[in-house]
Design a protein around this ligand. Structure first.
Ligand SMILES: [Ca+2]
Length: 391
């Protein structure tokens, strides 16, 4: 049975937004695990002889009180082991480590089953952000979702939250546990394995512990660029938050039994690898979906193509995002090419209702499929394409 916890939710530096979002709903929440219509797109149960380096990168930065080493990461008995050691390395007295998925995802349900190390001093996390294994402050950082941040001096507490970055120096945070850094988990996270997961959709992030929905944080696309994010499973020494390192408990281990990502819908933005153009286009810096900019073509023959790879065959609703500026006289044609059919739909950019414009519902197979915009007259725009699973 699916239980709903009632925790306060707020966005720091803004206003208290939501209280007990799902409280009092008599448990009328659809079970996840995975949520309906989601498909498994990334998975590792760590049963191989060694870490699959086609699937994972190692975290290799030096941060706070530890240096992160690939040597600390290995598989044993069907588990990922992240070893925590007292050793001098790159100017630190401790070493930690972690893995980062090579694949990146925009929206989906992310999850890992983890047993935390219990000696004080270690910050252990299941989280997601753009991947640069050598730093957690890459210049292009945008979306950070912290599914669980666990500080080992308080083994029955954890933190869930969201950080909207605009580069390393500028951020806004939302948290499920305002006022304190950590909230009650309801168990000792160092005594056994638990599932830590979060579902990221176009407008919010929903945090789960062992299938219980614990918290919902709004994250509307108007607020920031919604980046593609990689899954991180990591442990570092952090004595300011996690207490002085308990050397008597070292070497220690953070253990992971499985990690998975499920997806339901497909979003392809201009600038993503699945997007391509012919003809003459210019970048428009602001006003696109999630404020990430869009593209405009006003002359000659011009096409924009979004290649589609749906997570599972099914029926999907296709929408294009039209921007807030009208493109006077602009008109084009959308070609929706699925494995089974080709559809051509006229599209006007003269007086667009701003936001999502539904093109239609089509059957996608997961094969070589695409949506292509062809300019016919005036100026046309290309931004995010959305493919929502309907059934
Ligand atoms: Ca865009």
């Amino acid at each position: 049975m699916f239980r709903v916890r009632c925790l306060p939710v707020m966005a720091i530096e803004r206003v208290v937004m939501v209280l007990c979002l799902l409280g009092g709903t008599s448990g009328a929440i659809e079970p996840t695990y995975p949520p309906p219509l989601y498909s498994l797109v990334f998975h590792d149960d760590f049963s191989g002889p060694r870490l699959d380096e086609q699937r994972w990168m190692y975290r290799t930065d030096v941060k706070l009180d530890s240096s992160q080493r690939p040597e600390n990461v290995f598989l044993r008995d069907g588990r990922l082991v992240i070893a925590l050691r007292k050793e001098s390395h790159r100017g630190k007295s401790y070493t930690g480590g972690g893995v980062i998925s090579r694949a990146a995802f925009r929206y989906g349900y992310f999850e890992a089953r983890v047993k935390m190390h219990g000696g004080a001093g270690w910050h252990q996390s299941v989280w997601a952000m753009y991947a640069d294994p050598s730093t957690t402050y890459p210049a292009r950082m945008r979306t950070e979702i912290d599914g669980i941040e666990f500080d080992s001096d308080l083994p029955t507490k954890g933190h869930m939250g969201l950080i909207r970055w605009r580069g390393p120096a500028q951020s806004r945070s939302s948290t499920c546990t305002p006022g304190v850094y950590r909230g009650p988990l309801g168990f000792d996270a160092t005594a056994g394995f638990h599932n830590y997961g979060f579902e990221w959709t176009e407008r919010e992030v929903r945090f789960f512990v062992d299938g219980d929905l614990r918290c919902v944080l709004p994250y509307p696309p108007e607020e920031n660029e919604h980046d593609r994010i990689n899954l991180w499973l990591t442990a570092i020494a952090y004595q300011r938050l996690a207490g002085k390192v308990d050397d008597s408990r070292l070497p220690g281990e953070m253990l992971v039994e499985h990690a998975a990502v499920y997806q339901r819908d497909v979003y392809v933005d201009d600038g993503d690898p699945e997007y391509s153009e012919t003809g003459s286009w210019e970048a428009i810096g602001r006003g696109g979906f999630a404020d990430a900019g869009w593209r405009r073509a006003c002359d000659g023959e011009a096409t924009a193509t979004w290649r589609i790879s749906v997570p599972a065959p099914g029926s999907y609703e296709v929408s294009i995002f039209k921007n807030y500026q009208s493109l006077a006289g602009g008109a084009g044609e959308l070609e929706v090419r699925t494995a089974g059919a080709e559809h051509r739909i006229p599209v006007s950019f003269s007086d667009p209702p701003p936001g999502w414009n539904v093109v239609g519902t089509f059957q996608f197979s997961g094969g070589n499929e695409w949506v292509r915009l062809r300019r016919l007259q005036g100026c046309v725009g290309a931004d995010m394409l959305r493919i929502l699973r309907v059934r």
